[in-house]
Design a protein around this ligand. Structure first.
Ligand SMILES: [Zn+2]
Length: 152
């Protein structure tokens, strides 16, 4: 959780708006959308790319994510331990994935498909859930996980 909050709140993330202030770059346009200025908030919440990823994620997990990452975490505190672990893993994957896609844009000059990011989070999470021997019974019995395709 600390890492997510660090990314969400940190002023140390070198977004283009900061790099422009330091004179490192002259173009502050978002790598991901090419439309708006790349700031910390834009990167994770306002960018059309990030919004598309969050929308796909909500449809996949059959959840509604409103507000910021901290709001999501607070809302999911009331869920079962297994659901909390899954959603937290997804949020970590989401934050890392958006950061990774942004860097892919910067280095390789192409924008990854939001769908690929969701598929990546899904496949990693499914593998990790299958390795959780101690909660295999809970995983197989959890209807929500079956609906999300994370459990057979
Ligand atoms: Zn953008």
């Amino acid at each position: 959780m600390v890492n997510i909050l660090f990314v969400e709140r940190s002023d140390n993330v070198l977004t283009k708006d900061r790099l422009m202030r330091f004179g490192v770059v002259t173009d502050g346009t978002s790598y991901l959308c090419g439309e708006q200025s790349e700031s910390h908030m834009h990167w994770f919440f306002d960018c059309p790319f990030s919004k598309a990823v969050v929308l796909m994620l909500q449809n996949w997990l059959i959840i509604k994510l409103q507000g910021n990452v901290e709001d999501w975490i607070i809302k999911w505190r009331r869920k079962s331990l297994l659901q909390k672990k899954v959603v937290m893993a997804v949020i970590f994957g989401l934050v890392y994935g958006i950061w990774d896609c942004r860097n892919t844009c910067r280095v390789e000059l192409f924008v990854p498909q939001p769908k690929r990011l969701i598929e990546g989070i899904h496949s990693v999470l499914k593998v990790r859930l299958n390795r959780m021997e101690f909660s295999r019974g809970k995983i197989k019995c959890c209807r929500w996980l079956q609906q999300t395709g994370l459990s057979e």
